[in-house]
Design a protein around this ligand. Structure first.
Ligand SMILES: Cc1cc2nc3c(=O)[nH]c(=O)nc-3n(C[C@H](O)[C@H](O)[C@H](O)COP(=O)(O)OP(=O)(O)OC[C@H]3O[C@@H](n4cnc5c(N)ncnc54)[C@H](O)[C@@H]3O)c2cc1C
Length: 464
């Protein structure tokens, strides 16, 4: 099983069979396939699928996969195409299997605090559906137009991971279709299980390489109390990062602890015309708290004030109104869109133990100088996930960028971290995986892939 194996091309007979299974209405060919040739990765690889199919049921997915497997046609599962690692790019043509029409709410089970959705339900619809029942799905992986299937396939994280964890921590069970067309159920609406290998967890984060996820059962909670924001300037990133373990040790569990530096704030200010509430400082923490009431808010902010001021913060800004809170969060949400317009050469999302963020960024500075390529950084201080954007002239030699990234990934790994905290490996980071995993571990992953997908038709060329 090698990634350059030659797959079969779609013949008119196979296309006719696919149209019969999926109905003409759900099949796109020719120029209509163009927007399925890429995702949102910063240097999108374009690779046209031979056909886009939008199934409307699990049975349809099963029949499509059975046919593709028989004829060795590659199949690239796709949600909303908002991925940042090239995962949904159909590298070898074949079928782009887009789940967007499988967007039904199957069940919201209030008694068991769980809900089951078809994989193509987008996050904003999922949140409204459970909200209508007085329940809450607390994860916020940045892009509310992404599908729950895509979130599951990438194990999406986001800003609220400090308190709630990542997608993996909220998925209870799955319905998935294997390459052979076999439909399997994993997990269920229960919270405990010691019953054999945990196939739910193997499929989460498998980026469409092991099975097509058709339904996702998630855990729900009751909605939190009020949300409060603190925005804290520091004279160095080191001071800011030092506060994080101290905050957690005080038994305060913010939903979000983000760090950001002067360079990205200046850039967003410049591009958006929006003013920051402070004069510029070298580094900041943005914290979000969930509080049951005013008393809890006052107790927590007083403790946080103490910790931040003891660590050199000149001030702590607490926006008083909902609109001021919203403005601060919107400012943070502008980081990635701003970077998209700033000659971003690539995008990395290294994760390190959270106390090592400042050490990691010191190393990145040295690597950046050595290679003569600027690197902008910001990220999730509460969980150690650092977003890094090498920036430069579009004609910068890609080999220079790869060498820079290789050293950055190695630096993260040397501090006890790994390559991707939330965006996945896809195709863009595949070449760096051996920096993090031994050959034995990669071979084990290959064997797992082989067990799920013996003919390597599912998202070939991705992850391993
Ligand atoms: C502005 C912006 C902000 C973002 N912020 C964050 C963030 O904070 N945190 C974060 O984690 N990510 C973030 N992302 C990345 C992206 O939103 C996530 O990776 C998301 O989970 C992708 O979902 P999707 O439906 O768009 O999947 P796609 O991009 O369509 O696919 C992603 C991968 O999942 C596979 N896949 C999709 N659906 C299925 C399925 N049903 N079965 C099997 N495999 C499937 C695909 O083959 C591909 O490998 C952001 C993206 C953007 C554009």
């Amino acid at each position: 099983m090698t990634e350059d194996r030659v797959f079969s091309k779609l013949t008119p007979t196979i296309l006719a069979s696919l149209k019969e299974i999926a109905d003409d209405l759900n099949v796109l060919t020719g120029d209509d396939c163009e927007s399925y040739s890429r995702d949102e990765a910063p240097h999108p690889r374009h690779s046209l699928p031979e056909v886009v199919i939008k199934p409307t049921s699990t049975l349809m997915v099963s029949r499509i996969l059975r046919l593709a497997d028989q004829h060795h046609i590659p199949v690239t599962p796709r949600g909303a195409g908002t991925g940042l690692s090239g995962g949904a790019v159909p590298l070898y043509g074949g079928i782009s299997l887009c789940l967007e029409k499988m967007n039904r709410v199957i069940e919201i089970d209030e008694a068991n605090f769980s809900a089951t959705f078809e994989a193509g339900v987008v996050l904003k619809d999922l949140c409204s559906a459970v909200g209508e029942k007085g329940l809450y799905y607390p994860l916020y992986p940045g892009e509310m137009n992404a599908t729950i299937g895509g979130n599951t396939a990438t194990n999406a994280g986001g800003m609220r991971a400090v308190k709630y964890g990542v997608t993996r921590n909220f998925v209870l069970g799955l319905e998935a279709v294997l390459a052979s067309g076999e439909i399997i159920q994993t997990g269920g609406k229960f919270v405990k299980s010691s019953t054999g290998y945990d196939l739910t967890q193997i499929l989460i984060g498998s980026e469409g390489t092991l099975a097509v996820i058709t339904q996702v059962t998630v855990k729900l909670i009751t909605p939190p109390g009020s949300r409060e924001i603190l925005f804290v300037p520091f004279n160095s990133l080191d001071e800011a990062i030092r506060c994080v373990p101290m905050i957690l040790k005080e038994n305060i569990l913010p939903v979000t602890i983000e760090f950001m530096c002067e360079d990205i704030l200046k850039l967003v200010q410049e591009k958006s015309g929006k003013e920051m509430p402070f004069k510029m400082y070298p580094a900041y923490l943005l914290l979000m708290l969930e509080c049951a009431g005013e008393d809890e808010f006052l107790t927590l902010t007083s403790k946080l004030n103490d910790i931040c001021l003891r660590n050199g913060a000149p001030d702590v800004f607490v926006p008083g109104s909902e609109s001021a809170k919203r403005r601060l969060l919107e400012f943070r949400e502008q980081f990635y869109p701003t970077m998209q317009h700033c000659h971003m050469l690539d995008l990395a999302d290294v994760v390190v133990p959270r106390s090592r963020i400042a050490d990691f960024l010191d190393k990145v500075k040295v690597i950046s100088l050595k290679h003569g390529i600027d690197v902008m950084a910001y990220g999730h201080a509460g969980d150690g996930n650092v977003h890094l954007h090498p920036v430069g002239a579009p004609e910068t030699d890609p080999v220079r960028v790869q060498l820079l990234l290789k050293e950055i990934y190695s630096a993260g790994i040397s501090l006890g971290g790994t390559i991707s905290g939330e965006h996945g490996i896809g195709v863009d980071k595949k070449q760096y995986l051996p920096l993090a995993f031994t050959p034995a571990k990669i071979e084990l992953m290959r064997q797992i892939k082989l067990a799920f997908d013996p003919h390597n038709i599912l998202n070939p060329g991705k992850v391993i």
